[in-house]
Design a binder for this molecule. Structure first.
Ligand SMILES: [Zn+2]
Ligand SMILES: [Zn+2]
Length: 337
């Protein structure tokens, strides 16, 4: 089968590899779609911090936002999963340590991350194997074309939840990429008033198209200020501005990350009685993400810019925009194409 492999920074191959086999507890998935995300780009360019910390090394098989169909079950796995359309968690804890038993397996020290950490092969291939216990079933209302958006949706749901988005709350989202835009959709589904700051005209316009109250390259100032501010950028200058801007008693949510530290003054958190939250993964948000998307409360279709074949991935990751791409920042791959 075909698999996309990053062999060194900015170097890739579509390789013919042996199809994986479902071991005990595993399922074999026939992949329908895989999303390319910022983490994948960091691996492609060699800047991902796990490369320096030893949690990952080349060659690497990426792909952690995916959907597909179970086509084989390993021993000990419920056979009724065969033929089911699924997506899965990225974070795969050991299941035994204190963090895993405490419902935060996504922070397990010994965790694998699909296509990201400790050499676990990703889903950017025709087929892929994952332990069955990390699967989430997809209802028919979440078709293949949007199933790979459930995982970034799960991160965005958690960001929205941490921001306490609710009717009448004014929320500022910094960054008009996939996570920023999806978070805007989840927050609007809760009745929040959402404002966005972005860099690219196309995604700023897309933000307005999906219904945010304002979007632009510059900050808008409002009487009453922002109840919550979210960093969905790769810009270390954003977090200190957030602390300055947020309303006293408000909330700051951080999901963007840069290779340089972003420094904030903790005295301001105290003096403004501000709550600051970091979000590492979508794990606890997968079930709600499926619920919001399947009910139509969140429609991620506008976020998709293009769907490409596996042979085009390397060029697109090198910076070539797919032909006929729309404004959406998310590029999906159909490995059969
Ligand atoms: Zn991702
Ligand atoms: Zn663990």
């Amino acid at each position: 089968m075909k698999a996309f492999v990053i062999t060194a920074p900015n170097t890739f191959e579509v390789q013919d590899v042996a199809p994986p086999i479902a071991g005990p507890g595993d399922v074999l998935i026939d992949i329908a779609r895989v999303g390319i995300c910022g983490t994948d780009m960091e691996y492609f360019h060699g800047s991902m911090p796990y490369l320096a910390s030893g949690h990952a090394k080349f060659p690497l098989r990426i792909g952690h936002e995916w959907c597909g169909t179970v086509i084989e079950t390993g021993s000990g796995v419920d056979k009724s999963l065969l033929g089911k359309r699924v997506t899965g968690d990225v974070m795969m804890g050991c299941g035994k340590c204190k963090r895993c038993l405490d419902a935060r397996q996504h922070t397990c020290e010994d965790r694998y991350e699909v296509g990201i950490r400790n050499g676990f092969n990703g889903a950017l291939a025709e087929q892929f194997v994952i332990p069955a216990r990390f699967l989430h079933l997809l209802p028919d209302s979440i078709e293949d074309s949007i199933g790979a958006l459930v995982e970034p949706g799960a991160n965005s749901w958690r960001v929205m939840d941490a921001a306490r988005a609710a009717k009448g709350k004014r929320i500022l989202i910094w960054g008009t990429g996939t996570i920023g835009l999806l978070t805007a959709q989840f927050a609007m589904a809760e009745g929040a008033i959402v404002h966005m700051i972005g860099r690219e005209e196309a995604t700023i316009k897309l933000a307005l198209d999906i219904g945010v109250a304002s979007a632009g390259q510059d900050l808008e100032v409002f009487e009453g200020g922002y109840d919550a501010i979210i960093d969905a950028t790769f810009d270390p200058t954003v977090p200190p501005k957030m602390v300055d801007l947020v309303e006293p008693g408000g909330r700051l949510v951080f999901i963007g990350i840069d290779s340089n530290p972003a420094l904030i003054d903790s005295r301001q958190l105290v003096l403004k009685d501000v709550t600051a939250v970091g979000i590492l993964s979508g794990s606890p948000g997968l079930a709600p993400s499926i619920e919001y998307i399947s009910s139509g409360r969140v429609d991620p279709r506008p976020i998709i810019g293009a769907t490409i074949g596996i042979s085009e991935v390397g060029n697109v990751m090198s910076g070539t925009r797919p032909t006929n791409a729309g404004a959406g920042p998310k590029i999906l791959v159909n490995p059969k194409q």
